[in-house]
Write a new protein. Structure first.
Length: 467
């Protein structure tokens, strides 16, 4: 059994990680899990004492140390890095840890080399995540495996998940720390559908920005390696000390993207906005949606845009474009303006439509609290980091072409363009716009009050007149 206490193990693993070259770690997606979180993940799984546990990308052994400290006997590990494997062995006095490339070898080959005669009961860990390219590859001749990984997002963590399916028994469990964008980014759609249609999702824990050096946020996803009818997914958050369940939702609610709803209010509003009677942004608007392309030094940049105008440029009277800051921050929300015939740089998302009135209407919708709530919660999955107002997100926005209120929205937008920026009158008009758009989308008082509360808790006070 382990002779060092958990604090000493944590210190040594951290020191080992710090000794690694930063570029090497980043390029190979190597960021170790601390022993405290590894212990919490294992405890949450309620693993039977006799179960076999494997971490196939164990690094210096945080999960091995955690499992060993909890007195599990059948613990195994593997990693490419010989030095890391030796560290793990030294910390735990466990010899069932091998130097293996578990992504390149098939599941059966890995089990054989580790010395296991049957597939494991619990697969745990934090696989590497890095985009696969000519420098970062999976060294296998299995064309079908490589093709599946490529079609599913072409990332090392994707390869690790597919290998996990091969390593785990038919009723076994997989619990991995992976990028949060697995849940909604389109490139991972094939893997998501495979999980939704062929596996049982036990739980998803949002751990936010847990690894400071990693770009993006993370989740802990726990799967059972078989499909179960009428399964409910436990959605949870990590508060730094424990996993807290926020809501349970049926797995068949999701067809592709998996949204981390915070409560039943989120689900109800989502269902209302996703109903078939609403069209999408992409259905109504014609023209181009994408990044600006101008290299002209005078072209508008993202920083030149303010809500309903520009910092140093007069809003044109002619043309058919809307310019949107490409960087989206939850604290400020959408920042956009009617842009007429101006030129845009690559830091700007450009929307064009054959009808300039639609451009004005869209400018109003984009700035509404409802639209920003929709983007933040249901497109960006409540990300705390800055995102991008790319076409793939904007095109999802439900858009009501309501003839009765179309002119009213445009009138408010035109007023917001000319009134003193962020004055009391400006904020009053913005609130009138929010009220009108709630009416257009049939959002009732309770729903609007919930959305207002959620967004005001997230957004900077400056966007709510200091409130």
């Amino acid at each position: 059994m382990m002779t060092l206490n958990l604090d000493e193990c944590t210190y040594r693993i951290s020191a080992f990680e710090d000794s690694l070259d930063e570029t090497y770690k980043k390029e190979n997606g190597i960021f170790y899990t601390d022993v405290k979180l590894a212990t919490q993940i294992i405890q949450a799984l309620n693993i039977p004492p006799e179960a076999t546990i494997l971490d196939p990308c164990c690094g210096a052994g945080s999960f091995i140390v955690a499992a060993n400290s909890l007195n599990f006997k059948n613990v195994y590990g593997a990693d490419l890095d010989k030095t890391a494997v030796n560290m793990s062995k030294k910390l735990t006095e466990i010899n069932n840890i091998k130097v293996l490339d578990t992504l390149s070898l098939s599941g059966d080959e890995v089990l054989k080399k580790i010395g296991l005669k049957k597939k494991v009961d619990y697969l745990i860990g934090n696989p590497p995540y890095a985009p696969m390219d000519k420098n970062i590859t999976v060294d296998t001749d299995d064309y079908n495996f490589l093709r599946t990984v490529k079609d599913s997002g072409s990332n090392l963590f994707v390869a690790a998940i597919y290998r996990a399916f091969e390593l785990t028994s038919s009723d076994g469990f997989i619990s991995y720390i992976v990028p949060k964008n697995l849940l909604h980014v389109s490139s991972y759609s094939l893997l998501r559908r495979t999980i939704l249609n062929e596996k049982r999702i036990v739980s998803i824990v949002d751990i936010g920005i847990y690894f400071k050096e990693v770009r993006g946020e993370q989740i802990i996803i726990t799967l059972q390696n078989k499909f179960t009818e009428e399964n409910e997914i436990s959605l949870q958050v990590f508060n730094g000390d424990e996993f807290i369940e926020t809501i349970k939702i049926k797995q068949d609610f999701f067809k592709d993207e998996i949204i981390l709803f915070a409560n039943q209010d989120d689900i109800n509003i989502y269902c209302k906005l996703e109903r078939d009677t609403y069209k999408r942004f992409d259905d109504i608007c014609t023209g181009y949606v994408g990044r600006g392309k101008s290299t002209n030094p005078t072209a508008i940049t993202g920083k030149d845009i303010k809500k309903f105008g520009f910092k140093n440029t007069v809003i044109p009277q002619e043309g058919n474009q809307v310019f949107i800051q490409n960087i989206y921050s939850a604290e400020s929300g959408i920042i956009a303006s009617f842009a007429g015939n101006l030129e845009a740089s690559q830091t700007v998302t450009v929307f064009t439509d054959g009808d300039y009135r639609m451009c004005n209407y869209i400018t109003g919708i984009l700035h509404s609290r409802l639209c920003n709530y929709y983007l933040l919660k249901f497109c960006y999955n409540n990300s705390k980091l800055t995102m991008h107002t790319d076409a793939k997100y904007l095109k999802k926005i439900p858009l009501v072409d309501d003839k009765k209120t179309f002119a009213q929205v445009i009138s408010l937008v035109k007023s917001l363009e000319v009134v003193e920026y962020m004055s009391d009158d400006w904020f009053e008009m913005l609130e009138s716009l929010n009220t009108l758009i709630y009416k257009i989308y049939n959002i009732d008082k309770n729903e609007s009050e919930y959305i207002d509360s959620e967004m005001r808790n997230i957004q900077s006070k400056r966007w709510n007149n200091g409130k």
